[in-house]
Design a binder for this molecule. Sequence first.
Ligand SMILES: [Zn+2]
Length: 406
Amino acid sequence: MDKLRIGNRDLIKDINRALVIEYIRVNGPISRTDVSKKVKLSLSTVSNIVDDLISNNLVYEVGTTTSTGGRRPILLELNQNFGYTVGIKIEEKQVIIALTNLKSTILLKKHFAFLRGSEPEIAMNLIHHGIKDVITEYGIANEDILGIGIASSGLVSGKDGKIVRSTLLNWENVNVCEQLKKYYQVPIFIDNDVNAYTLAEFWLGIGRTHKNFICLSVGAGIGTGIVINNQLYYGEHGGAGEFGHIIVNIDGYQCHCGQQGCLEMYASEPYLNIEGIYLKPHYPDTVLDDDYSFPRVHDAAAKGDELAIELLKRIGKNIGVGMVSAINSFNPSMVVLVGEGMIAKDYFLPYALKMANQNFFSNANCKTKISLSELGNDAWVQGAALLAINQLFQVPLYEQSELLIK
Ligand SMILES: [Zn+2]
């Protein structure tokens, strides 16, 4: 277990400084007086810390606010351009690498393709060179990077910095962070991709006003990110949220995870494929051939293809079944739907909502909001960058930890 630092003057100083920076980061523009009231430190302590932060270019003054009388207080904001972070998403056939500022705004983003089923070494090599490429193109140096965050599908151990198992990538035990640390001597973090998206939703999206919510991603598979009391919930091995693998049919389709009858086989692309092939003989006029991806099926449905419309209706009900289980398990205030499958939402959402709105809590007159993410695809890499950004501002309570931004 990580050992706590001993409570001496240095620790107290570090904690106070971290509290002030974090409060300004999250709530700025804000006055010294308001920071002092909210973090419960004296105005003189806050002013000393702020003076130091301003002289180090980490915080700056952004003008004044209206006042009810007397001098108008000067407002403070975090210098979002103090340094940069890199957010990376590892996908089945490409890595996406984005350079961001400290507010996770994307400054430059590039895609690097590799062949499906490639060995991890190939992707790791692309990541190593891709980061260099992005940094060079933006015209900054390695030293300007304060942290790197990586998002990947599958079971990811943030603590060990590795991908434990990704069936989509067909990788096992890949020490991503350790390998990258050879080239970049900055804090490097890794998490499951849906967790990274959920983090983006929590900081930048409609999750900002919710303490307990779930992001449910629909696409090649099904995944969830679970926020409980303003914190992502990880479980013992970092794998909480593998909601695609709850069993919905005990004698159902064989899943790639080894189980039988998983939700993923009924509410994501494999279902469109299996059910499409099965139903096709009944729809001789269909334009669908061997591509049953969400974009393809959506295109066909938009042209009035009856098989495509029927497939999306059926998958809608199944997605609704998954939502009901998620709602009943965690009693969130909101479920946010995300992922590439949402392209076909017009065709499946009414059926999903009909199913999901009838849950244990609705029967007790307790509402669960169901929303569509407004963030878009950039949120995956922004969430990855936030993995690093959030850690940069953590209070350094443990012996191994230190203030990452000085
Ligand atoms: Zn499964």
